[in-house]
Design a protein around this ligand. Structure first.
Ligand code: BJW
Ligand code: ZN
Length: 241
C-alpha cells in the first residue's frame, strides 16, 4: 500500500467526488487470469505483442496474427470479471459524472456491467472488414481462418487498435474530456507507456485533478500521481471504494 494518510485521502476524495475518471490496463484483468502484455506471461510462442499487433504484421501474415487472436480468444472466453471490475460498476452507479477508459480489449468491463465506458483499443469479440469497413460481433472460438466479410467477402481483421493506428475520434474526445474535467483520476494496472493513454496522468494533474495509481510495480506514472498504491487490483480497488 502507499502512505496510509495518502490512501485515506484517496478514499475520502473518491467518496466525495462528483466527477471521476478511471483508466485501466491489463493489470486489472491479470487478476482474472488474462495474461498482461509486457510481463513474462505476455509471450505467445516466441512472439512479442509489439510484433503481432501492427497493420504490417497482419499484411505480411494474416494467418499468424489470427492464430494469436484465436489463442487469446480461447483463453479469455474462460475468464470472468473480478472484484475490481465489479467495484468500478458500483462506482459508476454512485458518482454523478463518471467515465471508464480501458485499454483492455478483453470485454471484461462490459461483462461486469460497466456502461459509461470507452474501450479505446477496441474489443477482441468484434471484427472489421479490411475492405469495406463493416464492423460486427463475432464470438466464434476459434474463428475459422481466414475469416471473411459477410457482405463483401473481404478479409476480416480484429476490431482492435494496433500500433501506429489512430484511435476512434469519438472515444478519444470523450476520454480526453473526462480526463481534463474529473476531480479524481484513478489509474489501475497499466504500465503507462502506450500513448495516448500514457499522457492521461499528466493531463489530469495539469487540469487540477487528484490522481492515483494502483499497480503491482512502479511505472512512469508513479512520479506524476498524488498517491501510488502498490498491490493487486482485485484487493486494492474494492477496498478503496
Ligand atoms: C497489475 C497486476 C495486478 C499486473 N494488479 N496491477 C507519443 C510518443 C511516443 C510514441 C507514440 C506517441 N503516440 C503514439 C505513439 C506510438 C504508439 C506508442 O505509444 N508507442 C509506445 C510503445 C511508445 N501508440 C500508438 O501507436 C497508438 N496510436 C496512436 O497514437 O495513433 C496516432 C499516432 C500513430 C503513430 C505515431 C504517432 C501517433 C495506438 C496504440 C494501440 C496499442 N494497442 C495495444 C495492442 C492491442 C492488441 C491487442 O490487445 O490485441 O494495446 S498495445 C498493448 O499495450 C495493448 C494494451 O492495451 C496496451 C497497454 O498495455 P497495458 O494495459 O499497460 O499492459 P502492460 O502489460 O504493459 O502492463 C500491465 C501493468 O499491470 C504492469 O504495469 C503491471 O505491473 C501491472 N499489473 N498485474 C495491478 N494484479
Ligand atoms: Zn466487407
Amino acid at each position: 500500500m502507499g502512505h496510509p494518510a495518502a490512501v485515506q485521502e484517496l478514499k475520502a476524495r473518491l467518496a466525495a467526488a462528483r466527477s471521476v475518471a478511471v483508466l485501466t490496463g491489463a493489470g486489472i484483468s491479470a487478476d482474472s487470469g488474462v495474461p498482461t502484455f509486457r510481463g513474462a506471461d505476455g509471450l505467445w510462442r516466441t512472439y512479442r505483442a509489439e510484433d503481432l499487433a501492427t497493420p504490417e504484421a497482419f499484411a505480411r501474415d494474416p494467418r499468424l496474427v489470427w492464430e494469436w487472436y484465436n489463442w487469446r480468444r480461447e483463453l479469455i472466453v474462460t475468464r470472468s470479471p473480478n472484484a475490481a471490475h465489479y467495484a468500478l460498476v458500483d462506482l459508476e452507479r454512485r458518482v454523478e459524472r463518471f467515465w471508464l477508459i480501458t485499454q483492455n480489449v478483453d470485454g471484461l468491463h462490459p461483462a461486469a456491467g460497466s456502461q459509461k465506458l470507452s474501450e479505446i483499443h477496441g474489443n477482441i469479440w468484434k471484427v472489421r472488414c479490411s475492405q469495406c469497413g463493416h464492423v460486427g460481433t463475432n464470438r466464434a472460438v476459434p474463428i475459422p481462418i481466414p475469416p471473411r466479410c459477410p457482405t463483401c467477402n473481404g478479409l476480416l481483421r480484429p476490431h482492435i487498435v494496433w500500433f501506429g493506428e489512430s484511435l476512434d475520434p469519438v472515444d478519444l474526445e470523450r476520454s480526453f474530456s473526462a480526463v481534463r474535467s474529473c476531480e479524481v483520476l484513478l489509474i489501475v494496472g497499466t504500465s503507462g507507456i502506450v500513448h495516448p493513454a500514457a499522457s492521461f496522468a499528466s493531463l489530469a494533474k495539469e487540469a487540477g485533478a487528484f490522481v492515483a495509481e494502483v499497480n503491482l510495480d512502479p511505472t512512469p506514472n508513479t512520479q506524476v500521481v498524488d498517491v501510488a498504491i502498490q498491490g493487486r487490483a482485485k484487493d486494492i480497488v474494492p477496498a478503496l471504494l
